[in-house]
Design a protein around this ligand. Structure first.
Ligand SMILES: Cc1cc2nc3c(=O)[nH]c(=O)nc-3n(C[C@H](O)[C@H](O)[C@H](O)COP(=O)(O)OP(=O)(O)OC[C@H]3O[C@@H](n4cnc5c(N)ncnc54)[C@H](O)[C@@H]3O)c2cc1C
Ligand code: FES
Length: 509
């Protein structure tokens, strides 16, 4: 299935050279999503006598991680509910969260004034539910009011959006933009101010002591390393604290004057949907996202079909122009993890589905620390905070799940299938000649066989039929059929395997 997002399909391309040779700098940023690019821009604009020399390495192209696969909404609240922060940390911390996030949205608005049009606009955020979930909307209204948000009660929801069976919450003066266009334009601004950007430069190894990151074509040694990679690379304590989920999205061809009007719409019924519009040139789209599930556990195709059916139910038989999906990592105690951790590197993760704003908060906090200032909010979100009272239950649940997954996978027998019998487009975990293979035969007949053991800490990978990838249920690493890393904490590829099939002249040999 083609899984190019509507953002990536409608934004300008980039074109930075691959890293070549060994270089040194003051700050190395690994990752060209909103976190890495915003940090690059903030550091590059320093006009001091000795501005930091900054290098940004991106494994693929700017924005092609989660940023270019999000839904492009900017808001001061949290999609899983501000009341979670208020319940775990108290009203004062909820107020601080809103204030930091509001400042970050204002910062994005200011940056957008300096960039070519990236679709920034102010709009309301509307939340509603079915009768069964009305109480949650009511509690959220109270949490937002207590945190000083401009929230009001709405009267109804315009068709064709799913109807409200209770209260409607309207949060004024939130925003939207085109996330891919934003990071591409911001990266260009950072590069023009002196930041060196390399694309197609995946970091394969990090020597934390020597502060050196190695790619296939060179290395960067830096005074400070920032892992703006969504999930930090390698083994970190935070991986044991964060549940990882994937969510699906699609864009429907839409008509200019059809409702809904501008706004971010969150339907929080038994089924969840996040809905918004997009205008790109003279084309109009309606974007729907939903069907969140744990990575590597459910059938991905079923998730995408369920989302399409839901969209069809409310919005009719409109052509689906784009389908995509993306991953989120949630902090166990409802806050992200931002700052220097035990490895000596900076990390920025645990954003849930609120990371366009959290990523901007993270970039601002890390830039401030690198430039010698530290805010009180940085202490609240520091990675080593480990708050067992606040996050304990969900940390425990997450680790029980990981252990269960490990045990289940090692006890589950592989499919009794022959590698040679694998049809085009099929995948299977196969036992052959005393070895286990994660095998996939591409539509053109090429057979890919890799080890099913995730190179992060050894869970077994599962097939993702929508994105043609091997996904790890433990901490969310994902791999292409040839074993190369797509995302997640793993640094090394799945081991390529020689199979009896390959020995007989298969083109993948
Ligand atoms: C379906 C969905 C919808 C969402 N919608 C919203 C929304 O509307 N609003 C919102 O605020 N948040 C949203 N989010 C969350 C948000 O998109 C993310 O939290 C945010 O984009 C994370 O940005 P980032 O820069 O930290 O990570 P990313 O954008 O993932 O960037 C990380 C980059 O690091 C690169 N990288 C990884 N490994 C390496 C390596 N070894 N070497 C070099 N580079 C590497 C990757 O290629 C990638 O480009 C959504 C999330 C999902 C799943
Ligand atoms: S992502 Fe941690 S074991 Fe696979």
């Amino acid at each position: 299935m083609d899984t190019l997002s509507v953002w990536r399909g409608t934004a300008a391309p980039t074109g930075y050279a691959m890293l070549s040779g060994d270089v040194t700098c003051d700050v190395l940023i690994i990752g060209g999503g909103i976190t890495g690019v915003t940090l690059a821009d903030l550091l590059a604009e320093q006009k001091t006598a000795n501005p930091p020399r900054v290098v940004l390495l991106e494994a693929d192209e700017i924005g092609t991680g989660t940023t270019g696969n999000s839904t492009g909404n900017l808001y001061e609240t949290l999609s899983s509910g501000l009341r979670q922060v208020a319940d775990k940390w108290g009203a004062e911390v909820a107020r601080q969260v809103v204030s930091e996030r509001r400042t970050a949205v204002n910062f994005i608005e200011e940056r957008c004034r300096l960039l070519p049009d990236v679709g920034f606009r102010r709009c309301d955020l509307v939340e509603w539910a079915d009768a069964a979930h009305n109480e949650a909307i009511r509690q959220e209204f109270n949490a937002l009011t207590a945190a000083g948000c401009a929230v009001e009660r709405g009267s109804s929801i315009p068709a064709p959006l799913p109807p409200a069976e209770g209260e409607v919450l309207v949060l004024r003066n939130q925003a939207q933009f085109q996330p891919q266009a934003y990071v591409v334009a911001l990266a260009r601004r950072a590069a023009e101010a002196g930041c060196t950007i390399h694309e197609h430069s995946r970091v394969l190894e990090i020597d934390h002591k020597a502060k050196r990151a190695v790619t296939a074509s060179g290395s960067v040694t830096a005074r400070d390393i920032v892992m703006a990679t969504h999930s930090p690379k390698g083994v970190h304590l935070v991986h044991t604290e964060m549940p990882v989920h994937r969510e699906y999205a699609l864009a429907l061809e839409w008509t200019p004057d059809a409702p809904p009007g501008p706004g971010t719409f969150w339907w929080k019924a038994t089924e969840h949907l996040s809905i918004r519009r997009l205008q790109a040139g003279n084309r109009h789209f309606l974007i729907c996202a939903g069907q969140e599930h744990k990575v590597g556990v459910h059938n991905a195709t079923a998730g995408m079909i369920a989302l399409e059916n839901l969209a069809k139910k409310y919005f009719g038989e409109r052509p689906v122009t784009h389908r995509w999906s993306a991953q989120n990592y949630r902090g166990a105690d409802a806050l992200p993890y931002i700052g220097r951790n035990h490895s000596g590197c900076f990390i920025a993760t645990g954003f849930g589905t609120d990371g366009l704003t959290w990523g901007t908060v993270a970039a601002r906090l890390i830039a401030a620390e690198l430039l010698g200032h530290k805010s009180a909010f940085a202490d609240l979100v520091k990675p080593g905070r480990l708050s067992p009272v606040k996050g304990g239950k969900s940390i425990l649940e997450e680790n029980v799940l990981v252990v269960k997954q490990l045990v289940k996978d090692y006890l589950t027998r592989p499919q009794n299938e022959k590698l040679a019998a694998l049809k085009a487009g099929d995948s299977a975990i196969v036992d052959a000649e005393g070895e286990t293979f994660a095998a996939y035969r591409a539509p053109d007949g090429e057979l890919f066989a890799v080890s099913p053991v995730c190179t992060h800490v050894g869970c077994k990978v599962h097939w993702n039929s929508v994105e043609t990838s091997w996904d790890c249920p433990c901490h969310g690493s994902r791999f292409r059929p040839d074993g190369t890393v797509i995302e997640g904490p793993a640094l090394s590829p799945l081991k390529r395997k020689h199979t009896p099939d390959l020995a007989q002249g298969d083109p993948a040999a």
